[in-house]
Write a protein that binds this ligand. Sequence first.
Ligand SMILES: [Zn+2]
Length: 131
Amino acid sequence: MRGRCPRCACTRLFNGFLKPVSRCVACGEDWNARSSDDFPPYIVILMLGHVIAPGMISLETMAHPPLWVHLVIWLPLVAFLAAVFIQPAKGGVMALQWWVAHGAHATGATHDPEEASTPSPEPSSSELNGC
Ligand SMILES: [Zn+2]
């Protein structure tokens, strides 16, 4: 959600506004394999709908403004908030997909000392924190 690689948190996850990097330069994770599709916009629409709709209804019931007042207030606000939240939503969905595919052990977070001492193709937490 912070725009960092979910695996190592060392580098940027996005190459553009919503285009993820093809491969993390720090840990080598292939981000072309992850496709969040339409889920991030659904999250943003759901979240903004719960914030904006009550505001619109409250304004209408209390002040009965003309339609242009609603358009001037709510359209720019929705556009701004959607632009603010779409990238964190996409990063969160990509991180969730990665976490579901690899599990918490891939981040180096483990409570089993034997598991932590066994060699793994995944980078250790000390390798990942050294970036
Ligand atoms: Zn990485």
